[in-house]
Each structure stands twice: as C-alpha cells, then as structure tokens.
Ligand binder design. Structure first.
Ligand SMILES: Cc1cc2nc3c(=O)[nH]c(=O)nc-3n(C[C@H](O)[C@H](O)[C@H](O)COP(=O)(O)OP(=O)(O)OC[C@H]3O[C@@H](n4cnc5c(N)ncnc54)[C@H](O)[C@@H]3O)c2cc1C
Length: 310
C-alpha cells in the first residue's frame, strides 16, 4: 500500500514496524522532527507517510542494565544533563548535546534523531530553486558532485555532535526491525557514502544507545562553528581515555562518516593526529575551508592530549 500524505502515531515498536512495512518506500520515522521537517521544507525529504514514534514509551528512559547504561532513543537532548547516571560517567555526552543547535531546538530534538540526522553540504541544504539553478548534485538525483566539480562520490558530511562523543566512549546502538533486535557499534552504521550515509534496514527503529559503565572515562570535546549560539558543526572532536589507557578519537563534520582513530595513551600523539587528518575526507562544502578544518583537527587533538595529560 502506498500512503498518501499519512500521519501515523504508533504506541509500540511492533505497531511502528507494521506501519513501516505497510508503507515501505514511502515513509519516514519522525522523532523530534527538527531535522526531518527542515529537510521537507527544502524539498529534500518527500515521504508521503510520516510515522511519529514519540508516543512509544519503550523508547524513553535512562537506566543501568548490567554493565551498560541504556539511553532510550527518544531522550531529549536538553534533558540529558538532568540524568545522574550520565552526569556521573558520561559528561562528554552532555557537553555534546548542549552544543547542538540552540535551546529551543534541544528541547525537542532526541538523541536517536541526532545520531541519525541527515548528512549536510552547502550545495545540498538549499531551497529547490537554488539547487535547480546550481545544478543537481549526486544527493539530489544529479550525476556529479557539484562541490568537487565533477567527482562521482558524495562528500556530504555527518554533522551529528553527539555521535563523536558517543563513539569515543564506545557506544553501541540497539535496533529493532522485522528480523528482531540487534546491537552494533555506533560507528558501524555510517557508510562513508554521502548519498546513503547509514546502512540500516529500511524499517529499523533505533531503540536505545548503550554505553559501557565503569570504564572511568576521562574526556575532552570541541566543536568548531561560526556562531556559538546556533550552528551546525564544521568539525566536532571528541577524545576519550579509559582507566586502562585505551584511547579513542572520533570526529564529525569532516567526512560523510565518523572519523575514528583508536590507540592507547602510550602511542605517539603525532601519529594519532596524522591518522585522524588522513581519515578526514573534508572538501570545500562548508562555511570554513577544507584546509582550515583539517588544520583544526590537529589543534583540537593537541589541546585534548594536553588537557588529558597524555
Ligand atoms: C537550525 C538548526 C540547527 C541545528 N544544529 C545542529 C547542531 O548543531 N548539531 C547537530 O548535531 N544537529 C543540529 N541540527 C539537526 C537536528 O536538529 C538534530 O540533529 C536533532 O538532534 C535531530 O533529532 P530529532 O529528534 O529532531 O530528529 P528527526 O528530525 O525526528 O529525525 C532525524 C532522522 O532520524 C530518523 N530517526 C529519528 N529517530 C529515529 C529512531 N528512533 N529510529 C529510527 N530512525 C529515527 C528520522 O527518520 C530522520 O531520518 C540542527 C537543526 C536545525 C534546524
């Protein structure tokens, strides 16, 4: 069945999955809607059927489960700072959440929607008439990447600010689809292809984010943006070190996927920085130049290493 401008509001995950299956290829899940609705206004998202998942109580709540902290996908970004379990062990997540957009937006936006928000590019996030006049790019059914003036790959960037913080702290995500429940490392959902940036099954619902407890994380977080008050990232850098000396760096804003570098506190710091810069396939599709953003990776990481005394 192809839905015509339908707005559905399931109250359970199973109900949502059935609705998704019945409207396959014509639906989009809607959480806070702060990403979906803007993309719809710009003509970049046109699904006739919206499945609003905000009434599904199973997707809410923060609780300890065994050796993991479970954060429901519908938890609101602004509220994370009020959750003791997150304050106690994962304060970098709060810092990241509070760096997203502006207060009004954070009071609606969910953590699930944040890690799944659409990739961005200054040649894509424009009105329809702007894109028509500039020429359609790969992400809008065109033949070439306009930003690189001809490449056959899309470099729209992952702009989630919470994703790097979560990845650096070894977060997993829990997904439910017709095949049941599965978990995977958060970084593994990002494909690196800007046209199809995530490799989730079509009906998959992100039910929770899972963070490992008792790792004694020490962390540092930076976001490069033009205005502190309201801006997508041009580079987000998150570094986490655990009590055993395991070190993990995660970046967003400089590649279609999260750039991840893993090591230990004994590793050569310049080598770690080189790996991070090499992994970042930034192009000139942002307010800041590619060169500047790549330079800032080294600056942010050096600051983090100094702050964490590694
Ligand atoms: C002015 C402005 C500024 C912004 N600034 C930032 C910023 O600084 N940093 C940043 O990271 N983002 C920013 N955003 C983007 C967006 O607001 C956030 O990423 C937000 O967290 C998205 O969450 P949401 O709940 O509103 O997601 P939605 O818009 O509801 O959904 C986003 C995507 O995730 C999917 N989705 C959501 N939840 C689930 C789920 N549980 N299971 C399966 N799929 C799901 C939706 O189908 C959609 O594809 C900004 C947006 C605007 C309009």
């Amino acid at each position: 069945m192809i839905a015509e401008k339908t707005y559905l509001m399931p109250t359970t995950v199973n109900e949502a999955l059935s609705m998704a299956k019945a409207n396959i290829e014509s639906f989009t899940y809607l959480a806070g809607g702060t990403d979906v609705m803007v993309n719809r206004f710009q003509g970049n998202e046109e699904s006739p059927c919206l499945i609003d998942i905000t009434k599904i109580d199973d997707l809410k709540g923060v609780k300890k489960e065994g050796d993991q902290l479970r954060i429901g996908a519908l938890e609101i970004l602004e509220e994370l700072k009020n959750k003791k379990e997150i304050v106690d062990e994962f304060s970098m997540l709060i810092e990241a959440a509070l760096s997203v957009g502006a207060p009004l937006l954070r009071k609606t936006a969910t953590i699930g929607g944040n890690v799944l928000c659409e990739n961005r590019c200054i040649f894509y996030n424009q009105s329809e008439w702007w894109r028509d006049s500039a020429g359609l790019c790969l992400k809008c059914d065109g033949d070439i990447c306009i930003a690189t003036q001809g490449k056959k790959a899309c470099f729209s960037e992952l702009v989630s600010d919470t994703a790097p913080a979560l990845i650096a702290m070894d977060a997993e995500i829990e997904l439910v689809d017709e095949n049941g429940t599965s978990t995977m490392k958060l970084e593994d959902i990002y494909t690196g292809d800007g046209v199809i940036p995530r490799n989730l099954s079509e009906t998959a619902i992100l039910t929770a984010i899972l963070l490992p407890l008792n790792r004694g994380f020490k962390t540092d977080y930076y976001k490069l943006r033009e205005r502190e008050s309201l801006e997508f990232t041009s580079l987000t850098s998150a570094v986490a070190m655990d009590q055993n000396g395991k070190l993990k760096i995660a970046l967003s804003g400089v590649d279609p996927k999260a750039v991840v570098v893993e090591g230990t506190t004994d590793d050569d710091k310049e080598d770690l920085i080189k790996k991070a810069v090499k992994g970042a396939r930034a192009i000139d599709n942002d307010m800041y130049s590619r060169k500047y953003r790549r330079e800032m990776i080294g600056i942010f990481l050096k600051r983090s290493f100094e702050k964490l005394k590694i």
